[in-house]
Design a protein around this ligand. Sequence first.
Ligand SMILES: [Fe+2]
Length: 267
Amino acid sequence: MTDILDERVPGSSSDDESSTQAQVSEEIRRIAAAHQRSGATENEARLDYPPYRSSILRHPTKDPHRVDPEGIELWAPVFGERDIDPLEADLTVQHGGEPIGERMVVTGRVLDGDGRPVRRQLVEIWQANAGGRYLHERDQHPAALDPNFTGVGRCLTDDEGAYAFTTIKPGPYPWKNHRNAWRPAHIHFSLFGTDFTQRMVTQMYFPGDPLFALDPIYQSIVDPRARERLVATYDHDVTQPEWCTGYRWDIVLTGSHRTLMQAETPS
Ligand SMILES: [Fe+2]
């Protein structure tokens, strides 16, 4: 896994704590209204989205320069199926004790645009703990670390394209996009594909989060249908008695209903 944090973090020079949530929300509202008036279909996150203050620093300003991937990027195996231990899909058993928080299972299928399962794909996740804290040196906000929770896991999809993780529901956390900015709870997902050039990264959210309307990262996807495809559904059939709650989230890689992925950012 590479980046633990996708957003600008405390201390970033692009932070704009002089803005209030009301100002940022008004910017979000104006952009959404203009989009609605345009009647355009827009299924990508906007790269340059002013309410997300650092977005201007996070995308290319010039057209991409296409180069062929090197041979090693196309054929070198980066992991073998035998390298993945099934226990790595359980983020609650990586230490000596139980992590704090709501134990949950998140499961779903990785599908192509025609609904066919995408098998044997490496799915990686990383997330904050129940208190909204990442185990990462750049996250120093005053929420407790959990000695029994690292927040990373991985698995391979099965014959049906299904993945499943047991984890702890992450908490929302503050970031310094503007004053009193909080991210909705989310889990980062990476789908590796078959080589380095295919990796896709996105975020999964939880239904009904009151922070959705306030979050400029979530709102940088201006099409509400595309946004909603990033939100898992609560599934009582995934919930297990006396054990955990359950969420379901399918990932569609291609086609008009594909799951939105984060654009590549310049190195
Ligand atoms: Fe995050």
